[in-house]
Design a protein around this ligand. Structure first.
Ligand SMILES: NC(=O)c1ccc[n+]([C@@H]2O[C@H](COP(=O)([O-])OP(=O)(O)OC[C@H]3O[C@@H](n4cnc5c(N)ncnc54)[C@H](OP(=O)(O)O)[C@@H]3O)[C@@H](O)[C@H]2O)c1
Length: 292
């Protein structure tokens, strides 16, 4: 059997685990699946998968074991008791903190298991399709060996280096951007509604705000990397004044101001450190400085 269609075992059949198992099946891999709630395996079995009775049986079936569980605690609960035997590779697609990924890699190393950590950056419908993006880190040799099988997940597979925590580090940084953006989005919607503006009225204008962000991201990233934060477009001092009336309006309308006051306290810290004339990219370096 060629490596392209090597047997794969998928542990965890939530929405993403099902998409992952489905993509392996579609690509022709003999696929064994296991899930704590066994009934979730049924549609995949109808599609050609083999359901294992236990996680240990699933691990025994595949030289390549792919875990896609809720979190690192679930990986611990499911895989720690399982004897892996020899010649196994574990690709862990479960979202985790970088330190958890490093600990999981050390755990695998201690058991002679080849280990890659993966972070899936795109939603379930992308899996097996060109729009999928999955980041991997761990031993390059393991990535190269499993590359053909992992290509079944579609799209772009990106190898980020030997440090097993690096894929998770990209994941948390990118999700940090995502959740802070979601925080701003829902806060703006709530503030608009409190001022009698419907979501539908606000959305077209909000789209133009979001349209500014890709260029800002690239520019701020460059400025942070270069340690240069020019204030010719806008300054921290100006932001300090500008955020006040937004907080005041939210307070007047009884809307939680936690998201905004966190930004204000960062801006004030930057001003107190003498950075008022700098551009907003300076705030990223101030965040990493200990608060006075
Ligand atoms: N869904 C997405 O769009 C997406 C996108 C990117 C990354 N991810 C990542 O992919 C991973 C899986 O996500 P998901 O969407 O498939 O669903 P999920 O809700 O994050 O995970 C559900 C899976 O975890 C299992 N599980 C939870 N606790 C367990 C425990 N203590 N013991 C055994 N099994 C346990 C569930 O089993 P039961 O069925 O028995 O409850 C189910 O198989 C997560 O780390 C998630 O962050 C998901």
């Amino acid at each position: 059997m060629s490596e392209r269609v090597a047997p794969v075992s998928v542990i965890g059949l939530g929405p993403m685990g099902r998409a992952v198992a489905g993509a392996f099946l579609d690509a022709g891999h003999p696929t064994t699946v296991w899930n704590r709630t066994a009934s979730r395996a049924e549609p995949l079995v109808a599609h050609g998968a083999t359901a294992a009775a236990t996680a240990a049986d699933a691990v025994a079936d595949g030289p390549l074991v792919v875990a896609c569980l809720l979190d690192d605690d679930a990986v611990h609960a499911v895989l720690d008791p399982v004897p892996f035997g020899s010649e196994k590779t574990l690709v862990n697609l479960t979202s985790a903190a970088p330190e958890q990924a490093r600990r999981r890699a050390a755990w695998a190393r201690g058991r002679g298991i080849a280990y890659l950590d993966g972070a899936i950056m795109t939603p379930t419908p992308s899996i097996g399709r060109p729009s999928a993006l999955v980041l991997y880190s761990g031993p390059e040799e393991t990535y190269r060996a499993q590359g053909p099988a992992l290509a079944s997940l579609g799209g772009t597979a990106t190898y980020l280096g030997e440090d097993p925590g690096r894929a998770a580090a990209f994941d948390v940084a990118l999700l940090d951007i995502f959740w802070n953006s979601v925080g701003g989005l829902v806060h703006g919607l709530a503030l608009a509604r409190a001022e009698g503006i419907s979501g539908g009225e606000l959305a077209p204008y909000a789209e133009s705000i979001f349209g500014l962000l890709p260029e800002m991201m690239t520019r701020f990233a460059r400025q942070l990397d270069d340690g240069v934060h020019p204030g010719e477009r806008s300054t921290i001092a100006s932001a300090s004044a500008g955020i006040e009336h937004i907080i005041a309006t939210a307070e007047t309308r009884g809307i939680d101001t936690g998201v905004l006051t966190a930004s204000r306290s960062l801006i004030r810290r930057a001003e107190a450190a003498g950075h008022g004339a700098d551009g907003l990219s300076r705030l990223a370096s101030v965040l990493a400085e200990p608060a006075a």
